[in-house]
Design a protein around this ligand. Sequence first.
Ligand SMILES: [Zn+2]
Length: 404
Amino acid sequence: MSLDLSGIDRRSVLRSGLTGVAAIGMASVGGGVLRPVRAPAYAGVVGEEGPEVVLLGTCGGPVPGRRFHTSSALVFRDAVYLVDAGDGLAHQFAQAGLRFDDLRAHFITHLHSDHMAGYYSFYLLNWVASRHRMRPVEVFGPGRADGHGPPGHGDFPAGLPEVPGLPLVNPQLPTPGVVEITGYERQAAAYDVNIRLRDGLPEGRTPPEGLTPPLVEPHEVPLARQANFRDPCPQTPPVKVYEDDLVRVTAALVYHWPVFPAFAYRFDTEHGSVVFSGDTSPVANLYGLAHRADMLVNEAVYAPQILKDPGTPLDPVTRHVLSAHTQYADQPAIQDVPAHDGVGTVARKAEVGTLVLNHLLPGDGSVPDQVWTDAIRKVGYQGDVRIGNDLMRIPLSTVLRRAR
Ligand SMILES: [Zn+2]
């Protein structure tokens, strides 16, 4: 199956990959002439007509590396939306020239630490400087892993794999969701918040009446009734989780077991659509959510770095990486892990205009861009491809989009 390019709006591919706050925006005017575009509130903007994706961190996996862990921003007009909260989010958000006061909503794909370690620190470090925000930022993310499905038994709490003989952290609630995590974080930060309220704010700066800083309000993404830890990704239609005057955000359950729930998010605007896969093996729910999107930001794993010897029995981590992530190329069955589409096939089948790779594993830059790109082209994907890097900016106006 090949992609029909007749339905794609081919624009001049301009300066995607711009980094840093000094980047200067340019736009194409009839026949490819470039002219500067006036930058709005954030820096380094290209294109006025549609949303722009800013990759804030692109490293996959819970190990510190040369890139920041996964988080991304979607910038549209004067609004900023965040997806995930990898370590370094506060730093990268500032490096990208984004403003906390412009942040409207934040979407968490799943609760692995490489997507969450920068979550509360982002709010803790931004509320003091926030001058105009009068409302909390609404955060949408997974609820408790034990929220649905069979109860636990014996030494095996619901929502966790049954592995005998292991210690259990926080036994009264071993699988907190985004609401409970925010509560724990707020308690842990009590001293800092209390002292700054009394001795750390500029004169005249008080938090909005009735609100306790940091200004964050968590919500669980609604879960299909039939979904649970044992059946984590039943085929279900996307659900709407957020809407304002600029974007409509829908979520789909994806497969990242034993992490549950895990979500992909789709942003629809009047000027285009962007989907963030989160961590997942290729599943029908993602194909449905991403169908004919202008841009798919998808995780990618370079399996040869993970699977050094296909003959040896799979350890739990390797099994998880092979069965619950998306590989750089189509993956044959390996031992008891079934065959999966690779990321290029996902983009081709979903018929997306542009594929952006993030959450790269390994995240140390040791896999050349050409290796990722060659694997994607080999399976017939003909849209634009961007291999993500920290602080890469990708305006929709500069890449292949689906026709309206
Ligand atoms: Zn993960």
